[in-house]
Design a binder for this molecule. Structure first.
Ligand code: ADP
Length: 188
């Protein structure tokens, strides 16, 4: 199995790049943000809970996020591998993912970290708000909060994969195609 973590701050291009990578490597795309939004649309209990955090730019608590992610992985018994997009976002999530995959005789192959400067992120998120209908993209205060949460709670997750020799930094500036090419080269 080829399991990749696509990492990076909000607006780094994780979703955009995932769309290409899943086709190219025949993988299943698992975006925790997408699953939460699907649940919000469906008005589920999980959706209502997630919304209360997402609207404020905060992380959804680890317990629910980890259980949800594991249930999603279990839905794809025949997968060739996964692209984890937006997960893990905390060290507890990273550890839980390792334990979970190990039980299945599996592991993360690499973390691909898209690096984009803060001004560019803000521009991209505000532009995305025009078409995404995402309220968390339309409000500059919520955007700033998400970037701050990323810097404090999520960025340290990279150290976890660095220590395991699985971390690869990718320049996330430039055209979508340029960035895709860098990712493919890094995946090898
Ligand atoms: P972005 O990367 O642009 O912030 P996402 O769709 O990945 O977009 O995430 C949107 C929101 O969903 C986050 O701000 C957070 O509230 C919640 N979320 C997504 N993934 C996780 C996660 N792994 N742990 C906790 N909260 C998450």
């Amino acid at each position: 199995m080829r399991n990749l973590v696509l990492f990076g701050p909000p607006g780094a291009g994780k979703g955009t790049q995932s769309a290409f990578l899943v086709d190219h490597y025949n993988l299943v795309h698992l975006s925790t943000g997408d699953v939460f939004r699907f649940n919000i649309k469906g008005g589920t209990e999980l959706g209502n809970l997630a919304k209360s955090y997402m609207d404020k730019g905060q992380l959804v608590p680890d317990g629910v996020t980890i259980s949800m992610l594991e249930a999603e992985v279990d839905k794809h018994k025949d997968a060739n591998g996964f692209i984890f997009d937006g997960f893990p976002r905390t060290e507890a999530q990273a550890k839980a993912l390792d334990v979970f995959l190990e039980k299945r005789g599996d592991e993360i192959e690499a973390m691909l970290a898209l690096e984009v400067d803060e001004e560019e992120l803000k521009k991209r998120l505000l532009a995305r708000a025009e078409t995404s209908g995402r309220s968390d993209d339309a409000d500059p205060e919520v955007i700033q909060k998400r970037i701050n949460v990323y810097n404090v709670e999520t960025a340290p997750v990279a150290d976890f994969y660095k220590a395991a020799g699985k971390f690869k930094a990718i320049d996330g500036h430039g055209s979508v195609e340029d960035i895709t090419n860098r990712l493919v080269e890094a995946i090898g």
